[in-house]
Design a protein around this ligand. Structure first.
Ligand SMILES: Nc1ncnc2c1ncn2[C@@H]1O[C@H](COP(=O)(O)OP(=O)(O)OP(=O)(O)O)[C@@H](O)[C@H]1O
Length: 762
């Protein structure tokens, strides 16, 4: 097996770090190969003596192996994290490049120790922040809360994030001016949780107790902050606690978080106490070693930089913000954490980002460390049987380095260093887990199995035999780890304003995987992780001692002794003895060959079984996804149907209303005509009298107005009288003139003719 070099197709450099054995007296199964080169790159694992399957010895190659004695600084400087950070800073007038550092290993093998350090030692993340701030010290923006700078940084974010300056963020978490930032913002105590029904007795400071929601966040220590004297703080603190307990009927635990006590605050002497108050993390209280004074990275001298920190965790395949500040309320059962999406946004169409995170602009190393500590408090940590404080989620710590031209104050570009503390793989039966924790373990193992598949494929790809597609979309973890590992091509930069346009090609991220292992830990779990993470692997089958040599040396295998054959004492002649020995040797060689083949077949079977399981898992996941998809399509169809039915119904109702309006109008018109007809009929009735009906019968109109009838009779009588007079006058004139008399008669005849035709005579 050659010394591994990183081929172009490789997505990760893979390092192995061994941890100091946690227990004593256990058999060591992992050995490091020493020799050339100076830094070891190969290890061998031998199955424990008790292994009844007599599995093969396996040899693995890594970029470099760090042995148990390796310090945090050696790991930091030896794993190539520094060039990654330099890449993130970007060379002169060039954009930076994304980088990823992740740890992988069995639970308790030292992943968190490597990434985050311990109480006394800094981890990779703190050391990276230290060198990063050193590198940009002279080029860092002066004030992130300066409105124009802040607005430009906020606008340059493509991930729909809630960008905030560190001072504002820390104040929002720690609230009451403890944050040393000078932006005090008083908290309004909330009355939640269990409260005493008893009248609250005044304590010695005569302060009634009101409990804020935050007190449900890990019960921490209590102190009277009002006490001017530090000397009697201790005794007063205990008085205070017992008063509080007596008043509230609660038991307040005194504990500390990361060596720092967390104090409540008395807001003013007359009203409220907020209990317990989380004390802002003091960078001075955190591990100060190792330091990196000699590390000086190159930065872009023409640029000004801003550093933005964000943190999230992947828990049960869902992404949660660690800086959202919801853990206290979560503990109090006040709200559920909102899962975030990993998606392409409007401003980032070519690559996926975790959308909607809280991002904090940190102006100094101290601010970044305080934000980091705050995020770590939020991270879900549950004790399991495997490891007292085991990470039950995959933690992502992102340090986004933004830069722009110092002179022109042009657009910001950005690259991110992501440091990942993966949750540990574990066997459920080892971990003594149950219920929700078992489900967590299932999800963790599933995501790690997908990660294993992806890494296996990347190592197969780099062997050059075949180029398989790395199936990184199977779960959130692999999506987050691998999505940026492939070249991306921007599709529609034209849709964005000039200051938001990004180059069409973004370099794929550079990545480092640090595999951690305990040489005396769980053989099966460790060998499984080594198998898929190593850059190269070689299987050596343990040889069975040659039977010939055994025979010749005078010792006969027990099985042969038992058969009674081949024993030197039973031989009658030397020639038959030698031919028997040869035959036996040939047989034994055949047996040895077959045993070798069997062993290799065992290894292959184990691998195939693992692949089959992985394929089964993928199948189950795909089926579940399909079912989910089907359900969502059905839901969409049902929604669409409902929508259409509603639209159709609305359209029909409209048409119906219109038609009914038209019909009403028609009926109104008819009614009007009828009414008019009736009114006209009434008029006729008013005139009164007797007439001929439509059927030819005599219709009698009742005269409602006798006065009118009388008047009619008068008029008719008058008419008759006038007619008689006219006729008398006519006669008189005709007697006087016979010609005229003829004419008058002719005219009269004409007049009556016209009248008969219903026309008036002229
Ligand atoms: N190289 C080391 N040197 C000293 N102590 C170590 C080392 N590695 C791990 N430890 C200690 O072992 C314990 C478990 O380690 P750690 O929490 O880092 O494991 P882990 O792999 O992150 O486990 P999990 O996956 O369950 O979170 C811790 O107390 C840690 O300080």
């Amino acid at each position: 097996m050659e010394k591994p070099s990183r081929p172009a197709s490789s997505l990760f450099e893979v390092y192995l770090r061994l941890r100091l054995p946690a227990g004593a007296g256990l058999q060591r199964f992992l050995e490091v190969e020493h020799g050339e080169p100076i830094n070891p790159t190969h290890i061998t694992i031998k199955p424990p003596a008790s292994d009844f399957r007599k599995r093969a010895v396996e040899r693995f190659a890594f970029t470099r192996v760090f042995e148990e004695e390796a310090t945090q600084l050696e790991v930091f400087e030896g794993t190539g994290v520094l060039p990654l950070i330099e890449g993130v800073l970007g060379s002169e007038r060039r954009e930076g490049r994304d980088a990823l550092v992740a740890t992988l290993g069995v639970t308790g093998s030292g992943k968190t120790h490597t990434i985050l350090g311990s109480k006394s030692q800094r981890g990779l993340i703190q050391l990276s922040l230290d060198v990063l701030y050193n590198a940009v010290a002279d080029h860092l923006i002066e004030r992130s809360d300066e409105p124009t700078t802040f607005a430009s940084l906020d606008a340059a974010d493509v991930s729909e994030a809630f960008v905030t300056p560190a001072s504002t963020f820390l104040d929002s978490i720690y609230g009451d001016g403890q944050s040393e930032r000078g932006h005090s913002r008083a908290t309004t105590p909330l009355l939640v949780g269990k409260q005493s029904t008893q009248p609250i007795p005044p304590n010695k400071f005569n302060v009634p107790f009101h409990i804020s929601s935050r007190n449900l966040y890990p019960a921490l220590s209590v102190q009277d902050n009002q006490s001017p004297s530090k000397t009697n703080t201790e005794s007063r603190r205990y008085d205070f606690i017992s008063n509080a307990e007596a008043a509230l009927g609660w038991t307040l635990k005194t504990t500390s978080f990361a060596n720092k006590e967390v104090f409540p605050t008395i807001k003013d002497s007359s009203s409220y106490i907020t209990l317990p108050k989380r004390h802002i993390p003091r960078p001075s209280g955190l591990p100060q070693i190792p330091t990196v004074p000699n590390v000086q990275l190159r930065s872009d001298k023409s640029a000004e930089y801003a550093i933005i920190v964000s943190m999230y965790e992947v828990y049960n395949d869902r992404i949660f913000d660690l800086l959202g500040g919801s853990s206290g309320q979560l503990k109090a059962g006040l709200q559920r954490r909102r899962a975030l999406l990993f998606k392409s946004t409007e401003q980032s169409p070519d690559r996926k980002v975790v959308a909607g995170l809280k991002k904090v602009i940190c102006g100094s190393f101290e601010e970044a460390i305080m934000v980091l500590e705050t995020g770590l408090m939020e991270r879900k940590v549950a004790g399991t049987g495997s490891n007292a404080v085991s990470s039950r989620s995959h933690g992502f710590f992102c340090v986004e380095v933004k830069k722009r031209d110092k002179a022109t104050k042009g657009p910001w570009s950005g690259s991110t260093l992501t440091v990942v503390d993966l949750a540990g793989s574990e066997r459920a039966r080892n971990a003594r887990t149950a219920g929700a924790t078992l489900a967590e373990a299932g999800k963790i193992n599933e995501s790690l199995m997908y990660l294993g598949q992806c890494m296996q494929l990347q190592s197969d790809n780099q062997d050059g035999n075949k180029q398989s597609v790395v199936p990184f979309r199977q779960c959130k973890l692999t999506e987050l780890l691998f999505s940026n590992s492939f070249p991306s091509i921007s599709t529609n930069t034209n849709h964005h304003p000039h200051h938001l346009r990004r180059p069409s090609h973004r370099a794929p991220q550079k990545a480092i995987m640090i595999v951690t292992a305990d040489p005396i830990g769980d053989f099966n779990a460790t060998s499984q992780i080594l198998r898929y993470s190593a850059l190269a692997r070689e299987v050596t089958v343990p040889r069975i001692p040659s039977v010939t040599s055994t025979i010749l040396s005078g010792t006969t295998p027990l099985s042969l002794q038992r058969s009674g054959r081949n024993s030197p004492t039973t031989n009658t002649s030397s020639s038959s003895s030698s031919s028997n020995a040869e035959e036996l040797a040939a047989l034994q060689q055949a047996i040895a060959r077959l045993t070798d083949d069997l062993d290799i077949a065992h290894v292959q079977l184990a691998e195939e079984t693992q692949r089959r399981r992985a394929a089964e898992h993928s199948w189950t996941a795909a089926t579940a996804q399909l079912a989910e998809l089907e359900a969502s399509v059905r839901e969409e169809c049902a929604d669409e149907m409902e929508h259409r039915v509603a639209a159709e119904r609305a359209r029909w109702m409209g048409a119906w209303a219109e038609e009914s309006g038209r019909s009403d109008a028609r009926w109104d018109a008819k009614l009007e005509i009828l009414t008019r007809g009736i009114e006209e009929g009434m008029d006729i009735e008013e005139v009164g009298g007797e007439g001929e009906g439509e059927d030819g019968g005599v219709q009698v109109y009742e005269d409602p107005e006798p006065r009118v009838e009388e008047r009619m009779r008068e008029l008719e009588a008058e008419n008759e009288r006038l007619r008689g007079r006219v006729e008398g006058l006519e006669r008189e004139r005709l007697v006087g003139s016979p010609v005229k008399g003829k004419k008058v008669r002719a005219l009269k005849a004409k007049k009556w003719g016209l009248e008969e035709m219903g026309l008036e005579s002229p």
